[in-house]
Structures are given as structure tokens and as C-alpha cells.
Write a protein that binds this ligand. Structure first.
Ligand code: ADP
Ligand code: MG
Ligand code: ZN
Length: 479
């Protein structure tokens, strides 16, 4: 029998608003335990929540770019359960009227495009963290994360493979980053995904699904999917049944195990949140948010190709991360040179990032200094060697380009006297290479060129140098 995998994703994104969803505490990651808390988010009796308007706006932004319908009359619901990381013993979430519905995202996977349905996006609050200390056998509670705003983005079961799921997650991550609503640091848990997975005979009825919770790296997600699909197929092929359950993925062991099944799943006793008013989003508010939506990566890619004549490859590199396209656009704005600015980033800057293991999140060279260098190389004040060297010095040491160039003597030598002298000396010192050249060995020319450039400290005007060298060799031959 041929099997087919069916996957649906529930993604939790922590919003990067300054303050929490129902109080003024900071949303900063980390911090000393229980220092980002107040009576509201630590669940003191008698306190009342006050909704952070920015959370609603971030949700609207995400919903609009993900092609959702915005629920203009939406409200919060209370999800009740007891767990020590949840001091109120309920989570404020949305069940009956989530803020966004019926959207989609277009993904690319294996060379073709596919539309993934987004069933809904709802707003909710995050819970705290438990820290288990095996030594003393105690558990500590840190409420700093309580009340950090979350969006839960629920897809339709539209994925057929781990590759499709990853392609969606990568694009969703990129979109949220460009929107500026989430920092998407998976290692800090700002973006995490629950994977729902079932298998069925190709084209057959939907199978029973299991759910793996809170996977926080792309690698773990893809391994968990592979493992779970083959586990389910194996169970079914042996005549067994899949039970609907939550499973925990152990990334170290590379396997998952059942935690709780649907039969003893808890009843959350959802009801409308009595302490918060319903939210009314009027047309004017919605229009205002729509107007402030930024250009997204795919729109940027198209514009770069259309307006600047960049290749598809370069445009893709430049939009691979928001910080990279921001840097490109900043250098371009200051230098007015699209191609040179683009190639600076796709060439030298990418090389330096790789060489120094600098992730895009930490990309920070001064765009003004880079723009200055672009002008210097284009106007012929420095040659390509000097340009590369100075770009590196700006990247690693934030030096002042003009001062660096002066100090290192990198100004380009285009003085014909100096170039003639250097060439004459090199030809004089290397009779062997000169006769090789005459014997038709092209490599000898490259060698003589390199020696002459060296004689000029690497700062010669390469065009002039090449011309002078060629002319001198040919003239001598004619003597
Ligand atoms: P719950 O309320 O228990 O979380 P939902 O119906 O909200 O369940 O679905 C949660 C996720 O599971 C959604 O992303 C949905 O696409 C996915 N899903 C639903 N049914 C299946 C199935 N048979 N196989 C795989 N994924 C599924
Ligand atoms: Mg769910
Ligand atoms: Zn608080």
C-alpha cells in the first residue's frame, strides 16, 4: 500500500511589543526570574487586565499579509487549566471569534508553487517557565514570560511532507521578521511550532492524527515529522490503530513518545472572558494598518530585479534576511549606486559574514562608511584591492575609510610616470618571464602584472598598468 502524509501546523509567535498583553511589564527575554512581573501578570486576585492596543495591531498586520479576513468584532475567551507556570489558572485566548480567519500563504517547494490555507490566527498570552532542579528535586517558577503576547497561526492540514512544512515555516519567519512583529528567535522560543500529523492511503480518507508540541528548531521539526510518519505507517501496516494523542519529541534520542491521549484530554471549560470588552475594529483603523504594511521580501525581490537590473540570485541573497536588505537599501540611498551597492553586499559583505560566523541578526557595519567606499572605488580614487581591504577594515573594526586609506597609502596610483617606472623595473628584474611571454606563455603576463602591482603596493590603476605593461613589452619586442 502507498501512504501519504498529512500535516497541519500550529505556530506560536511571541510578539515584539514593548509591553505585555494586559499590563505594562516588559516583554524582554530572560532577566532575573520574576523581575518582569506585576500583580496583573502574576495573577494576583482582584487585578484586572487592560488590553495592549499594539497587540491587536500586530495581529492585524500579520493577518493582512497572510490574506486573512479580519474579524472586526472579535473577543477573548478564557481557557481554564491548572499548571504551575500559569498563576491565574486560566489563559486568556480566543476560541469563538479569532481576530483573523481564512487566509493563505503561497509557498515554493520542489520547484512548484503551492497555496497553504491558514485557518485562523488568534491572540493569546504566554505562560511562565518552570525550572526543574534535579539536584535538590525542586521546581522553581519564573513568571517573566507570563502575559507576553502570542499569535497562534493555525494552518489547514495542507502539507504533504516535511519539506513543504519547512518551506512554509521559513517563509512565515521571513514574513514576520519583515513585518517587525516577532523577532523569530527559535532558540529563545519566540517562534515555536506544534506539528499535527496523520497518514492515509494515497487519496483515501483522513487518518487519525497525533500532535507534537513546542518544537523549537527547523531541524527538530523535520526529524520529528520523518520519525512520526514512519512510526504511524508501521503501526497501520501491522494492523494496529493510531490513537489521537499528544506526543513529546525527544531530539537527543531522535524519537517521540505518547504523553496524553484524547480520551483523558482535559476539558478547558472555555467561556467568554468577562474582564475584557469585545474589540471593535472599524474600517478606518483597518485602513490605517493596511497603509503602514511594509514591503515584504518577495515584493522587494521583484523590485530589485525590475528597477535595478539585479539577477534573481543577487535579489534572493539581498532579501534573505531583513537586516541584509536594510543594509543594502541604506548603502544605496546614500551612494545612489544600485549595482555597486548590491555587489558589495552579495560579494564582500557575505564573504566577511561567512568568514567571521556573523549571523544576519548581528550584521552591523556602518552604511555611511560603506557608501563612502562605493563612491571611492567608482570614482577611481582606490582600486578593487584597496576597496576590499578597506571594506574588511570597516566590517571588522569600524574604521574611518578615508583615514584608513590615507594611513595605509591606498590611494590609487594613476600617475603614468610612476606606473612606467614600476613596469620598467619589473621587466628588468624578470628576464625569464619576459622571454616566456615572448614564447607565447600567457601566464607570464599575469605574473608580470602581479609583480608590477606589488611594486605599486597593490594600489596601481589596473587598467593603466595592464596597458602600460602590454605596450612596453610589445615596443621592446619591436626594437
Ligand atoms: P485542536 O483544536 O485539537 O488543536 P484543530 O482541529 O484545531 O485541533 O487542528 C489543529 C491542527 O491540526 C490544524 O493545524 C489542522 O490543520 C491540523 N489537523 C487537523 N486534522 C488533521 C489530520 N487528520 N492530520 C493532520 N493534521 C490535522
Ligand atoms: Mg491546537
Ligand atoms: Zn505585569
Amino acid at each position: 500500500m502507498k501512504w501519504e502524509t498529512v500535516i497541519g501546523l500550529e505556530v506560536h509567535a511571541e510578539l515584539s511589543t514593548k509591553s505585555k498583553i494586559f499590563c505594562g511589564c516588559t516583554t524582554d527575554f530572560g532577566g532575573k526570574p520574576n523581575t518582569h512581573v506585576c500583580p496583573v501578570c502574576s495573577g494576583m486576585p482582584g487585578t484586572l487586565p487592560r488590553l495592549n492596543r499594539a497587540v491587536v495591531e500586530y495581529a492585524m498586520r500579520a493577518g493582512l499579509v497572510l490574506n486573512c479576513t479580519i474579524t472586526q468584532k472579535c473577543k477573548f475567551d478564557r481557557k481554564n487549566y491548572f499548571y504551575p507556570d500559569l498563576p491565574k489558572a486560566y489563559q486568556v485566548s480566543q476560541l469563538y471569534a479569532p481576530i483573523c480567519r481564512d487566509g493563505f500563504m503561497e509557498i515554493e517547494s520542489g520547484g512548484h508553487k503551492k497555496r497553504i490555507g491558514i485557518r485562523e490566527i488568534h491572540m493569546e498570552e504566554d505562560a511562565g517557565k518552570l525550572l526543574h532542579d534535579p539536584q535538590s528535586g525542586t521546581t522553581h517558577m519564573d513568571f517573566n514570560r507570563c502575559g507576553v503576547p502570542l499569535l497562534e497561526i493555525v494552518s489547514q492540514p495542507d502539507f504533504k511532507s516535511g519539506t513543504e512544512a519547512l518551506s512554509y515555516l521559513e517563509q512565515l519567519r521571513e514574513t514576520l521578521l519583515y513585518l517587525g512583529v516577532c523577532d523569530c528567535k527559535m532558540q529563545e522560543g519566540s517562534l515555536r511550532a506544534d506539528v499535527n500529523l496523520s497518514v492515509r492511503p494515497v487519496g483515501g480518507e483522513m487518518g487519525v492524527r497525533t500532535e507534537m508540541k513546542n518544537l523549537n528548531s527547523f531541524k527538530a521539526i523535520s526529524r520529528a515529522i520523518e520519525y512520526e510518519a514512519s512510526r504511524q505507517i508501521e503501526v497501520l501496516e501491522k494492523g494496529g490503530k493510531i490513537v489521537q494523542e499528544t506526543r513529546r519529541w525527544d531530539d537527543d534520542k531522535g524519537e517521540s513518545y505518547g504523553m496524553r491521549s484524547k480520551e483523558n484530554a482535559q476539558d478547558y471549560r472555555y467561556f467568554p472572558e468577562p474582564d475584557l470588552l469585545p474589540i471593535e475594529i472599524d474600517d478606518e483603523w483597518l485602513a490605517r494598518i493596511r497603509e503602514t504594511l511594509p514591503e515584504l521580501a518577495n515584493q522587494k525581490r521583484e523590485r530589485y530585479i525590475r528597477d535595478y537590473g539585479l539577477t534573481e540570485f543577487d535579489a534572493a541573497v539581498l532579501t534573505g534576511h531583513k537586516n541584509i536588505s536594510d543594509l543594502f537599501e541604506d548603502v544605496l540611498k546614500r551612494s545612489g549606486e544600485p549595482l555597486e551597492s548590491a555587489h558589495l553586499i552579495t560579494g564582500e559583505i557575505m564573504r566577511l559574514m561567512n568568514g567571521t560566523n556573523t549571523p544576519p541578526e548581528e550584521l552591523s557595519p556602518d552604511p555611511g562608511k560603506l557608501a563612502n567606499l562605493v563612491s571611492l572605488v567608482l570614482s577611481g580614487k582606490i582600486n578593487r584591492n584597496a576597496y576590499k581591504e578597506t571594506v574588511e577594515a570597516v566590517f571588522t573594526g569600524d574604521v574611518d575609510p578615508e583615514a584608513y586609506i590615507a594611513e595605509k597609502g591606498l590611494i590609487m596610483v594613476s600617475d603614468s610616470g610612476a606606473i612606467h617606472n614600476a613596469v620598467a623595473k619589473v621587466l628588468n628584474d624578470n628576464p625569464g618571464a619576459v622571454s616566456d611571454y615572448r614564447a607565447g606563455k600567457d601566464r607570464a603576463f599575469g605574473f608580470l602584472m602581479g609583480q608590477s602591482m606589488k611594486m605599486l603596493n597593490g594600489t596601481g590603476d589596473p587598467g593603466m598598468l595592464r596597458k602600460t605593461l602590454k605596450e612596453t613589452l610589445d615596443n621592446q619586442a619591436n626594437l
